[in-house]
Design a protein around this ligand. Structure first.
Ligand code: KIV
Length: 271
């Protein structure tokens, strides 16, 4: 008999059971091995290798510049670390909107080269052909509606989406389309809480919110934002659980001081 406790992996099926039972789903981003390992060991249900890596890891202003190769690099690093969470990798801008064949090739590369569990993409009716083609190859998809950062140049701002009735109706109809197509979940970003709650109650698949209120089935945040590593980004929905920027700067400052003052290394720290 094995003395090791079996870790039950989170699957898309587990997530739908969680929704049925009313158990909230926790989701965070991660982009590298070391962080993904900590996040997984801390018990998060879903790890998103988000294209927010473009901002957080590469310092770009938008998510548009990140490439499929970059996402595969991040995805591969994360998957190596994770033992329990479901790992979802974002399809980056320009790899699925052009045509459905290209979309399928992009999704296949992610699944083959990273060994992730699923992909995520932004949009509803506009990308439905790509969604259908990817799903027909047996690749699970998480949708993303509301504020869609890959369309920032069309929106013009990062402000709250779907406040007007027409946009709210389109979002609701897109959410139904994605569910009917077979997506296993949807991220709703920065929309009114009442709309988030309505989508979650009308759909059977789990709805994960970021700035979509408490009436959805789970929450997602960008890891570097909730840990307080990034400092310039402070939307109302962001709860910071730590001020890691201050801690890191303090520790690095102490190291610099110790090197300059010759107190590091001491006698025990050398051979
Ligand atoms: O890329 C990302 O981090 C995301 C989350 C904001 C949901 O899509």
């Amino acid at each position: 008999m094995s003395v090791h406790k079996e870790i039950k992996r989170v699957t898309t099926h587990v997530l739908s059971e969680m929704k049925l039972k009313g158990e909230k789903i926790s989701m965070l981003t991660a982009y590298d091995y070391s962080m993904a390992r900590l996040v997984d060991e801390a018990g998060v249900d879903v790890i998103l290798v988000g294209d927010s890596a473009s901002n957080v890891m590469a310092g770009n202003e938008t998510t548009l510049p990140i490439t499929l190769d970059h996402m595969i690099y991040h995805g591969t690093s994360v998957v190596k670390a994770v033992k329990r969470a479901l790992v979802v990798v974002d399809l980056p801008f320009g790899t699925y909107q052009g045509n459905s064949k290209e979309a399928l090739q992009s999704a296949i590369r992610i699944m083959k080269e990273t060994a992730a569990d699923a992909v995520k993409l932004e949009g509803g009716a506009e990308v439905l052909e790509s969604v259908n083609r990817i799903l027909s190859a047996g690749i699970p998809i998480m949708g993303h509606l509301g504020l869609m950062p890959q369309s920032i140049h069309r929106f013009g701002t990062y402000s709250v989406r779907a406040k007007e009735e027409a946009e709210a109706e389109k979002l609701l109809s897109d959410a139904h389309l994605l569910e009917e197509a077979g997506c296993f979940g949807i991220v709703l970003e920065k929309i009114p809480a009442v709309l988030g709650e309505q989508v979650a109650s009308e759909l059977k698949i789990p709805i994960i919110g970021i700035g979509a209120g408490g009436g959805v089935d789970g929450q997602v945040l960008v890891l570097h934002d909730m840990l307080g590593i990034t400092q310039e980004f402070s939307p109302r929905f962001l709860r910071r659980y730590h001020n890691l920027a201050a801690e890191i700067k303090g520790a690095v400052g102490n190291y610099v001081e110790d090197v300059k003052s010759r107190s590091f290394p001491n006698e025990k720290e050398q051979y």
